[in-house]
Design a binder for this molecule. Structure first.
Ligand code: NAP
Length: 263
């Protein structure tokens, strides 16, 4: 049975730009009630105003999702504002570019904090609210790079593989509670993501060629939520890479190695 999003109570991270911002707007157009977060409060304030103009309830809390106290405050706020929660969207994410040998532990730890530990721990404390939600769901924004590793992106790849593995484990664990767990695996998407790298040691070798819009990723995500899908790949180029890698892993390995040596 489809999930209706009108009046659904949604908590969304990383809403100040890119996919998160477009997701907030797409959900607001469906009449979902929203609580969203990110660090840049002024961007969240104007997004909340846009959502309210679309006729829905929109609140925000600004803060760093890697801070356990902030995560607890977000869940408290969802409890107070909504008296429950139907959908949690773990979207906030960061990356870094450069060779592993030239990178450092701080970069790896920061990426794992934002992309893996924060969504996992936010989900843990959201579960009591979700268990009493209406057709509850958790949506994790992963990546094509959670299915296939590529050079110059080792820390990010590791964080998204970890997120995917945990998502699959959680889906089975929560099925008995009626909580759906959806993984979104976008390919390159036109957002500010590449301007927010926490480290950039060298030029991004693949650029933004073949990027799709954040609005397209958001619309496909919302539809997947309505149709109760388990996983989607919004970008067909990225999906083609994942399929090729499943069928011909050695060939893809060789192609990626050759390509990275040419950079
Ligand atoms: N763009 C792509 O090509 C692509 C491809 C595949 C997957 N993705 C994934 O899509 C998701 C959204 O990224 P995007 O492309 O929309 O990039 P974006 O425009 O840079 O958005 C990232 C969001 O995460 C928030 N964020 C980052 N660090 C945070 C922190 N420590 N605490 C709280 N919020 C934080 C940012 O807000 P503040 O800076 O205001 O805190 C921003 O709202 C990420 O999980 C990313 O890995 C992106």
């Amino acid at each position: 049975m489809r999930r209706a999003l009108a009046n659904a109570r949604v908590l969304l991270t990383g809403a100040s730009s890119g996919i998160g911002r477009e997701l907030a707007l797409a959900l607001a157009r469906r009449g979902a009630r929203l609580l969203f977060s990110a660090r840049r409060g002024e961007l969240l304030a104007s997004l909340a105003e846009e959502c309210r103009q679309l006729g829905t309830q929109a609140e925000f809390l600004a803060g760093d999702v890697t801070d356990g106290g902030f995560r607890a405050a977000l869940i408290d706020r969802a409890g107070i504002s909504f008296s429950g929660l139907d959908v949690l969207v773990n979207n906030a994410g960061v990356s870094a570019h450069g060779l592993f040998a030239g990178s450092d532990e701080a970069t790896l730890r920061q990426i794992m904090e934002v992309n893996f530990f924060a969504p996992v721990e936010l989900t843990r404390i959201a579960l009591p609210l979700l268990r009493s939600g209406r057709k509850p769901a958790i949506v994790n924004i992963g990546s094509i790079l959670g299915h296939r590793g590529v050079p110059f992106n080792g820390e990010y790849v590791a964080s998204k593989f970890a997120l995917r593995g945990w998502t699959e484990a959680l889906r089975a664990e929560l099925a008995g509670d009626g909580i759906d767990v959806l993984l979104i695996s976008p390919g390159t998407t036109e957002t500010e993501f590449f301007d927010h790298l926490i480290a950039s040691r060298g030029k991004l070798p693949w650029g933004k060629s073949g990027a799709i819009s954040a609005a397209a990723v958001a619309e496909q995500t919302v539809r997947a939520l309505e149709r109760r899908r388990h996983e989607i790949f919004p970008n067909w180029r990225g999906h083609a890479l994942v399929l090729a890698n499943r069928l011909f892993p050695r060939l893809v390995d060789r192609a990626i190695t050759r390509w990275s040596r040419s950079k």
